[in-house]
Design a binder for this molecule. Structure first.
Ligand code: SF4
Ligand code: SF4
Ligand code: SF4
Length: 329
């Protein structure tokens, strides 16, 4: 049994306590109830706090086992997206109580950046994104984004071929990022009205879905997230502001068994031969159980590799549970 397994109860309890503390603040502090349960019935917010804390403890337990994590990360990510989009549909079709602000926004990740550039104002989402990157590096793209779960699901429909590597992915990613930011700025400068801009935003979202359907599903790699999404690019580039790292160590025998587990194409033959992990690694941990040489590891200053991994699980699962409890449009 590994040190990680021995700490399963501690991870589970700590995740429960952290989630309970954070959601209690969310329940007590704001004057307008943020938690949906509180809006629906008396003491509903407190029931929601308790249920989500128990959920976080359970997921902390599941995610602390490397084999389980591969399965459960995909499940909880999809659950988050289903909860998020169900509330959006209920908000549009039934009652605005299911929306956070009552104001509709397009749930397309690229707009987290393009929106503030177009409006010339920093909204809540960029601040949330930056805070998440500071706390957990690239975890946003491993289980905290409502959109990426679908790309993950599409990529799991096919087994990844170990020799497959996405060509030109970095140049495409950077070009899309520059294109979306410059387009938002030009549209603002030209004073183009929101209805026209919305059409472009929806078109951008559909192109992203096209990547999932036509590439991710066939190649077994998250093509949308690792080649197209501008937020994924920002997360990949800026993740080093967080103290967490995920790395390949000197014990690697270059057996290449881990490649097929990486849906982000961060592990490929070329990277492993250079002793590196690609910059689009989201620290998801899916590859860990494939390596029998302990050559893949989390790092955090002052902690052993296993404690760094445990801390990563506690932080990301807590964020996941809190996001799912609060996140609405
Ligand atoms: S790359 Fe984009 S769509 Fe994918 S998880 Fe990250 S923000 Fe979401
Ligand atoms: S990290 Fe592990 S599984 Fe991957 S190539 Fe190196 S030794 Fe093999
Ligand atoms: S290298 Fe491992 S941790 Fe990084 S994205 Fe790929 S599977 Fe996840």
């Amino acid at each position: 049994m590994t040190a990680l397994n021995k700490n399963r109860w501690s991870i589970s309890i700590l995740t429960f306590i952290l989630t309970l503390a954070l959601l209690t603040i969310v329940q007590v502090k704001p004057r307008q109830p943020l938690l949906l349960g509180e809006r629906l019935f008396l003491y509903g917010g407190w029931i929601q706090v308790l249920l989500f804390s128990v959920y976080a403890g359970f997921i902390g337990w599941k995610m602390s086992d490397r084999e389980d994590r591969k399965i459960w990360r995909g499940r909880i990510w999809m659950l988050f997206s289903i909860v998020f989009f169900s509330q959006l549909i209920l908000g549009i079709c039934i009652d605005t109580i299911f929306l956070m602000s009552g104001k509709l926004h397009f749930p397309i990740p690229g707009l987290i950046l393009a929106g503030p550039v177009y409006r010339f104002e920093i909204g809540f989402m960029p601040i949330l994104l930056i805070s998440t990157i500071l706390l957990s590096g690239p975890a946003w793209c491993s289980q905290l984004c409502y959109f990426g779960a679908f790309d993950h699901y599409a990529s799991t429909r096919t087994k990844r071929r170990p020799k497959y590597t996405q060509k030109h992915k970095n140049s495409i990613r950077i070009s899309v990022l520059i294109l979306i930011l410059s387009s938002a700025f030009i549209l603002r400068m030209l004073n183009i009205n929101e209805p026209y801009v919305s059409v472009l935003a929806v078109l951008f979202g559909f192109i992203g879905i096209g990547f999932m359907l036509f590439f991710s599903r066939k190649k077994g790699v998250m093509t949308h997230c690792s080649s197209f999404c501008p937020i994924g690019t920002v997360v990949s580039v800026s993740k080093k502001v967080s103290p967490f790292r995920f790395q390949l160590n000197a014990d690697c025998t270059q057996c290449m068994k881990c490649i097929k587990e990486c849906k982000y194409d961060a592990l490929n033959i070329s990277n492993i031969k250079k002793g590196q992990i690609g910059y689009n690694c989201t620290y998801c941990g899916d590859c860990l159980s494939a390596c029998h040489h302990q050559a893949l590891e989390y790092k955090f200053p002052g902690l052993s590799r296993f404690n760094a991994e445990n801390l990563w699980i506690i932080i990301t699962v807590t964020l996941h549970a809190c996001f799912m409890a609060i996140a609405r449009i």
